[in-house]
Design a protein around this ligand. Structure first.
Ligand SMILES: Nc1nc2c(ncn2[C@@H]2O[C@H](COP(=O)(O)OP(=O)(O)O)[C@@H](O)[C@H]2O)c(=O)[nH]1
Ligand SMILES: [Mg+2]
Ligand SMILES: [Zn+2]
Length: 326
């Protein structure tokens, strides 16, 4: 029995890394594994291979139980489309200069992290250009701390950059990544490719400033793949570039903001909008915007309201909303 991991996939063929030997081999899959929604083989899968009669050809006979699945929900079919699996860490990347920092984008990606049940961490990149006048990075770290999420600061273009604000920098990030499989999320231009180059000590120079496939020209790839950076693995998946969240269920949407759930059940009305003037809203009655710790929670509530209202405008949500937010 040969154990392997899928590193690259096309429609019918899979490049797999044999666990014991580290050898890359090409495999096809048994028919039953290609059919049905639950049996699609994806990048990141741990699989069992069997040798075929053909020279250096293998067949995937089994897929191991997965954890850390990256997926979108296909609402019409009530199923999910998985694009990568066995992901240990989501590295949500943001820039502190250009593109300008928007906390709402982090909160959006965090919704996915909670949906996928994959541990997130935040990288504040381009710290060489950080201007404390524009926003208070310590506040941003503190509001993520409520959720137990760590924030790291770095300058991917400057290896001599020393951490100044958050207590966690490149060295700590490298230790966190050791032996893991990570997926980078973040807007185009925030420095994902540059960070990967920097974390690999320039052993892997990825193309920066371009959209599309890392290091391999500017066309967009339709396939996911694992990039082996020796100390850790990175998954490049075109399926996760979209920021849209309309495939998420509108019922109990607040459960994707776990830090807000306890208070939301104390609101007088089940369909409370949690807006500033909402009657009987527990957030508005209990939290004081002038108090630092309350302001942190209110900033999360603000993101929830914005995302919820934006999703309410989408056709996907419009006919599904039942009026129950919490
Ligand atoms: N000043 C500064 N520029 C950076 C930093 N990291 C990346 N960049 C630049 O930002 C641009 C986008 O970086 P890239 O890695 O391609 O972003 P991606 O789209 O997220 O992969 C490139 O021009 C990089 O040189 C950084 O730490 N500081
Ligand atoms: Mg890039
Ligand atoms: Zn409320």
């Amino acid at each position: 029995m040969i154990k392997a991991r899928v590193y690259r996939s096309s429609q019918r063929e899979f490049e797999c890394k044999v666990i014991d030997t580290g050898e890359m081999v090409l495999a096809t899959a048994m028919g039953k594994l290609l059919k049905g929604k639950d049996h699609q083989i994806v990048v990141g899968d741990f699989v069992t291979l069997e040798e075929t009669n053909e020279e250096s050809k293998y067949t995937i006979t089994e897929i191991d139980k997965r954890y850390g699945e990256v997926f979108r929900v296909i609402v019409r079919e009530a199923s999910k489309k998985v694009t990568a699996s066995n992901i240990d860490l989501l590295i949500i990347t943001t820039s502190v200069s250009e593109p300008v920092y928007k906390r709402g984008i982090i909160d959006r990606f965090l919704v996915r992290a909670f949906q996928w049940n994959i541990k997130p961490l935040i990288v504040f990149n381009k710290m060489d250009e950080y201007d404390p006048q524009t926003f208070d990075i310590k506040f941003e770290q503190d509001r993520l701390n409520i959720l137990g999420i760590k924030s790291y600061e770095m300058s991917a273009i400057d290896d001599s950059y020393e951490k100044k604000y958050l207590g966690l920098g490149k060295q700590e990030l490298v230790s966190e990544l050791e032996g893991k499989t990570a997926l980078f999320l973040g807007q185009s231009g925030v420095g994902k490719s540059q960070i990967i180059t920097s974390l690999s000590n320039k052993k892997f120079e990825l193309k920066t400033g371009g959209v599309g496939r890392w290091g391999k020209g500017t066309h967009t790839t339709s396939w996911s793949e694992i990039i082996d950076l020796e100390k850790f693995l990175v998954v490049d998946s075109p399926g996760v570039r979209s920021l849209s969240l309309e495939d998420l269920p509108c019922e109990d949407f607040i459960s994707y903001f776990p830090d807000l759930v306890d208070m939301s059940v104390q609101c007088k009305f089940q369909n409370c909008s949690h807006m500033e003037n909402a009657k009987g809203c527990a957030f508005r009655e209990n939290l004081d915007p002038d108090k630092y710790s309350d302001a942190l929670a209110l900033s999360r509530l603000d993101s929830f309201i914005r995302i919820y209202d934006e999703l309410s405008q989408t056709p996907e949500w419009a006919n599904r909303i039942t009026g129950k937010r919490n």
